[in-house]
Design a protein. Structure first.
Length: 400
């Protein structure tokens, strides 16, 4: 891990090789993770009405099958990891070579995995309470396999003198030629996972059952995943469901390769991202009629639907920020997005709600009545955001 203290990226002088809209989208996603769910639930509890009940319902997971906006936060982050690795690994391969890129992928994956173990308690618990697979651990595995796939399976771009000028189509050009093996891997992962879940029988249950505790992914966790499992005898970040999650990251890789393709004009990039998002939604929802959309086992239909919405959000942010250059509104998101993992860990290791109570707790909270708890949680979120702003202004960008 190192602190990057290069020149402060402002709106007009953002560092070459970074995409402002991508950092903004990452920050948008992180703000939803870093307390907005608790804020809306507290708001509903203290001010129960149709609006607050509706908003709170959007930041709670579906019980099993189905989809809420909250079910899109995690795959959106995995998708963004895929987009980002295209830019970071491309730079390393160009300046240091493929071996350095492989070393970067392995090192970062190991560090992310270890931070995941720490996030869930590390060695402070008994051996049976250690969670081997969790949110950060899954991100580490997705980054590892998607990163290696990008390094070894994508075709290198032509030398600058042989590149064609920007054009409006890419399906028969550089992008497709560079990404066709990655597309095949993505399709293979999704179809193979569907086939396993549909045709391999679960002892005592049979084949093709997607109910909780009766499907193949949950059965494999029960039999082969040791130590602590989040849902009793199975885990939502389990063994088999990691395969389609890698597919989510690969969708991000493909989007990142499109953004980095300088033979396509920016406006067309946004349109192709949006078109791909709509196509993924259509296929995903149709597939969901047979293979239901279920986040906890990361079904193939869920990959496509979540990936479709991720593509649409990336297209929207890219159009507003990088094509139309409407950038000032996005900077609060950028402040969070440039130190996303740092803030995610900080929320676990620092009690921001306690810090908030030092400022607006006790007599202030009591005087505010039922608004007191709402203000308490709101200030805790504000403190997280201010930490992100402080790190950004101080040019501290923690990289694994």
């Amino acid at each position: 891990m190192q602190a990057n203290s290069t020149s402060l990226p402002g709106i007009r002088s953002y560092p070459a090789g970074r995409v402002l809209s991508l950092d903004a989208l990452r920050g948008f996603d992180m703000i939803l993770i870093l307390g907005l769910d608790e804020f809306l639930n507290v708001l509903r509890k203290n001010y129960p009405n149709a609006l607050t009940r509706f908003l709170a319902a959007q930041v709670n997971h579906a019980n099993w099958a189905g989809l809420t906006p909250y079910d899109l936060i995690y795959p959106l982050f995995v998708f963004i990891v895929g987009v980002s690795l295209v830019f970071s690994l491309s730079k390393i391969m160009q300046t240091q070579g493929r071996t350095a890129a492989v070393r970067r992928v392995i090192t970062r994956s190991v560090l992310l995995y270890l931070f995941g173990l720490l996030y869930y308690g590390g060695l402070s618990k008994t051996i049976g309470d250690i969670r081997l697979l969790g949110v950060l651990q899954r991100i580490a595995l997705c980054y590892l396999f998607a990163g290696l796939a990008f390094i070894f399976l994508r075709r290198p771009r032509p030398e600058p003198q042989t590149r064609r000028s920007p054009r409006t189509s890419f399906l028969d050009g550089e992008w497709f030629a560079a990404s066709r093996w990655l597309i095949l891997v993505l399709v293979a992962l999704l179809v193979s996972y569907w086939a396993l879940m549909t045709f391999v029988p679960v002892p005592g249950v049979g084949a093709g059952n997607y109910a909780e505790g009766k499907n193949l992914a949950n059965y494999i966790d029960k039999k082969y995943l040791p130590l602590y499992k989040w849902d009793g005898d199975h885990d939502p970040e389990g063994l088999l469901s990691t395969l389609p999650a890698i597919g989510t990251c690969l969708m991000g890789v493909l989007a990142g390769m499109l953004l980095k393709q300088d033979s396509i004009v920016p406006q067309k990039k946004a349109l192709w991202l949006a078109g791909a998002g709509l196509a993924a939604l259509m296929v995903g929802y149709l597939w969901g009629l047979q293979f239901p959309i279920i986040k906890k086992i990361w079904t193939s239909s869920y990959v496509l639907v979540a990936g479709g919405y991720s593509l649409l959000l990336l297209a929207l942010f890219y159009q507003l920020i990088d094509v139309w250059r409407w950038q000032k509104w996005a900077m609060p998101f950028v402040w969070v997005g440039t130190n996303a993992i740092t803030l995610y860990l900080a929320v676990n290791f620092v009690d921001f709600k306690y810090l908030s109570s030092l400022l607006v707790g006790g007599p202030v909270e009591h005087a505010l009545g039922r608004a007191g708890e709402v203000v308490l949680v709101g200030v805790a979120i504000l403190l997280v955001w201010l930490l992100g702003h402080f790190l950004y202004r101080r040019k501290i960008f923690v990289r694994l």
